[in-house]
Structure formats: C-alpha cells, structure tokens
Write a protein that binds this ligand. Structure first.
Ligand SMILES: Cc1cc2nc3c(=O)[nH]c(=O)nc-3n(C[C@H](O)[C@H](O)[C@H](O)COP(=O)(O)OP(=O)(O)OC[C@H]3O[C@@H](n4cnc5c(N)ncnc54)[C@H](O)[C@@H]3O)c2cc1C
Length: 388
C-alpha cells in the first residue's frame, strides 16, 4: 500500500522502516530531517535526545514499569545486533537526601546501598538513596543517520516540504502523523506542550566511552532537581532541565530557570553545570572547562492528553506526543501504529536490527549518497553527512 509519513524525527523514520520492511511503498514528508539537516534544529526534538532508553516526562495510560519493559524489550534486538550504535552501561539514579521510593523494574536494578563499586558523588556529600541498574544507550549522531540509510535502502523516499493543515487531504495513501509538536498546528492538538531541555556538550578524549551515566539529585535545600550526565563516544553530555512552555509564533514562552547561569550564550539552570562539574572533577578524560562547553536547547513534544498512537475518524494514524521518551518508545510505538495497517509484532525487530546494522556498511552509504533526495530543496548538509 502507499503511505505518507509526516515527520522526519525518530518516530517518522522508525515507522517508515517498519512499513518498508513489510512491503509498503512509503514517503516521509518533513520540514527538516533529524541529523541529516544538522544536529541543532529546535523544532526537531530528535536532534537533542541523549539518548537513554528509559521513559520519562510522558503522559500515558501505562504504568512506568510497563513503559520500561516495552522500551527495554524493543531495544534489546538493536543492542544484540552487530554494528548498531546501541550500548549498555551502568546507570546511577541517586539522591543526596534519604529516599525510599520503590525501585522501578529496570535491568539489573539494585538499591544503591547494596552496590560496592564506584558511585559518582559531589565532594563532601554522601549518597543516601536511589538505585543503580543497567541501561541501553543510543549513540544518536550515528544511529539516526543509520536509520535513514536503512529506510532508503529498503526503498523509502524522503521529501522535504513544510505542510499546512490544508495539504493533508492531498497526501498519498494511508497517512501516518509523526510530526511531534507540529501536530499542534497540523491537527489542531491544543494539548501539545514544548518542554524545553538543555544539553551541554563537553570534549572527551578517552579511548572508550565512559562506562556509566547518572541522574543525580542534590540536597533539596540546594537545588531540589536532578542533573544528569551521559557519555558518548567522543563527547560527554550534561543535562536535566524540564521547563514547561509553548511555542507561540515561532518563539518559545514558558518557565525560566530558578537559578540561571549563562554557558555558551545559553541561559541554563545553574545546577546542570555546577553539580555535574563537581561530580566529574576526578575524571581526567573529561575536560570540564566552561569556555569550551557548547550548549543548546530543544523541546520535548509532550502531550498533556497522553502520548497518541491511534487511528482517527479520517483514517489518519497518529504516532506522536512522546515527551522525553520518544527514542525509548520509538520501536514499540512504530509497531503499535503500523498495526492499524498490517499485523506485526515485536518478532520483526531482530531482522530490522540486522538491516540497521548493515546500513553501517560504506557501500550502502555510497548508494544512499547517490540516491538520497527527491525534493528540490535538497540539503547539502544531508549529503555531506551521508558521504562519511
Ligand atoms: C534535551 C532533550 C533530551 C532528551 N533525551 C531523551 C532521552 O534520553 N531518551 C528518550 O527516549 N528521549 C529523549 N528526548 C525526547 C525525544 O527527543 C523526543 O521524544 C523524540 O525525539 C520525539 O520524536 P518525534 O519524531 O516524535 O518528534 P521530532 O523529532 O520533533 O520530529 C518531528 C518532525 O516533524 C516535522 N514537522 C513538524 N511539523 C511539520 C510540518 N508542518 N510540515 C512538515 N514537517 C513537520 C519536523 O520537522 C520533524 O522532523 C529528549 C529530548 C530533549 C529535548
């Protein structure tokens, strides 16, 4: 069947791969494509995800443990497959204050007091609560281009176009809406919110990525909200801001940080720098030099009425509103969405993961480079990125 997918973020490309794999003829139509048009387009949330496979900042009908199981089980085939940039590392979810919430159902979870290895902490502070677990982590700057190569290799087409609501009836075949925050205008979904998040990027010169990450909550007296660190192959990311707001006439309006600080011309919550810099002080491979840090901000497409994966009365299949969990739930959501058209279950993910791994191959890269764009608005950055 012919299908049009609106949106070039992680939901669009994952849904597109699945449809192509099942033999449908698809086109992804999007204003911009994650990473192919550069890693810093605020309206493309996928450019900003770290990305840990752990669902957060999402409204849904499912419990947290159910979402965790869906996220981890659907990423396992990608972790198991060769040449797919999905790693597993140790994660610390820890507090300086005593904390006695029940443990979430995460991989290999154990209370922090039972763990006898290295535990990240600030100088002069003890860890009094939380847990440690294993966590899948996606190396996004490699993974997303690899997904687009896979999609193209399976026969998919990319078309660069900014759509309006009036264009929707003219789109070809079955429509999948993966436009994230764009659903506010395209489908008049007024429950969409843009939750601002900052990412600081630091240089890292270790031979292998750091084998751990953390979500660290300092004493309530001081900040009362966490800061996190995630390791990539060549950089380290600091983050942890969630500022509620909306984008009005292209401008973001919303909460401002309680304790602001300026890094690389961006106004960030101070703790993202101070707490992380303190914790990472003893790691020589990370250069915590404020003048060398780059900062950027993106928007999580949060849907107050709950993540939407359903078919509407006009037959349009929606897959958007994943807040801070869009990477974690990408494969699970794609399967749910595609199920409205074709019967499919999670067994399809192993062969798809193999196909994604094969897209790391340079011959495939060359093929894609030569056949990538159909739109007149072709992006030179996209071609450069794909001709690695
Ligand atoms: C700082 C930060 C950190 C994050 N960390 C994580 C993490 O660790 N783990 C995790 O799982 N998630 C994380 N997320 C959340 C994740 O990035 C999002 O949930 C996910 O990327 C949403 O994907 P999407 O495809 O639905 O939306 P998007 O990536 O926003 O894609 C929407 C697409 O639709 C297109 N579009 C919109 N309107 C139109 C239109 N009118 N016409 C044509 N095209 C249109 C856009 O150009 C874009 O390509 C993070 C987000 C942020 C901001």
């Amino acid at each position: 069947m012919n299908c049009t997918i609106i949106g070039g973020g992680i939901q669009g490309v994952s849904t597109g791969i699945l449809l192509e794999y099942l033999g449908h003829e698809t086109t992804i139509v999007s204003e911009a494509f994650a990473y192919l048009d550069g890693p810093d387009i605020p309206t493309v949330a996928t450019d900003y995800a770290a990305a840990s496979i752990y669902p957060v900042q999402i409204a849904s009908e499912y419990t947290e443990d159910e979402l965790i199981r869906r996220a981890e089980s659907t990423f396992k085939p990608f972790y198991d497959a060769e040449e797919v940039p999905v790693r597993k590392h140790r994660h610390f979810y820890i507090y300086e204050d005593p904390h006695d919430e029940s443990l979430p159902d995460r991989m290999g979870v154990q209370p922090i007091e039972e763990y006898d290895g290295y535990i990240p902490s600030r100088a002069g502070y003890d860890i009094r609560g939380g847990y440690t677990c294993e966590e899948y982590f996606v190396e996004m700057p490699e993974y997303i281009p690899q997904l687009f190569r896979t999609y193209k290799r399976l026969g998919g087409t990319l078309t660069q176009q900014t759509l309006t609501a009036a264009d929707i009836p003219d789109l070809r075949g079955t429509i999948f809406n993966c436009s994230g925050y764009g659903s506010l205008e395209l489908f008049d979904d007024t429950s969409m919110r843009a939750i601002r998040g900052h990412i600081l990027t630091l240089e890292y010169d270790g031979e292998f990525p750091l084998p751990f990450s953390y979500t660290y909550t300092p004493t309530t007296d001081e900040y009362g909200h966490y800061a996190y660190m995630y390791p990539r192959e060549e950089t380290v990311l600091f983050g942890g801001s969630y500022l509620e707001g909306d984008i009005i006439n292209g401008e973001w309006r919303g909460e401002t940080p309680a304790k602001p600080m300026t890094v690389d011309t961006e106004t960030i919550p101070e703790r993202i720098y101070t707490v992380n810099a303190d914790i990472m002080r003893n790691h020589d491979s990370v250069s915590v030099n404020k003048s060398k840090i780059s900062a950027k901000q993106g928007y999580r497409p949060y849907r107050a009425d709950g993540m939407r994966v359903e078919q509407d009365a006009d037959g349009i299949i929606h897959n958007y509103g994943h807040g801070g969990s869009g990477v974690s739930l990408s494969w699970w959501s794609a399967i749910q969405a595609v199920n409205y058209l074709s019967d499919v279950d999670t067994s399809v993910l192993s062969p798809i993961a193999t196909a994604v791994g094969q897209a790391a191959n340079w011959l495939c890269v060359r093929y894609i480079t030569e056949n990538m764009w159909t739109a007149s608005g072709s992006s030179p950055e996209a071609l450069a990125l794909l001709s690695l």
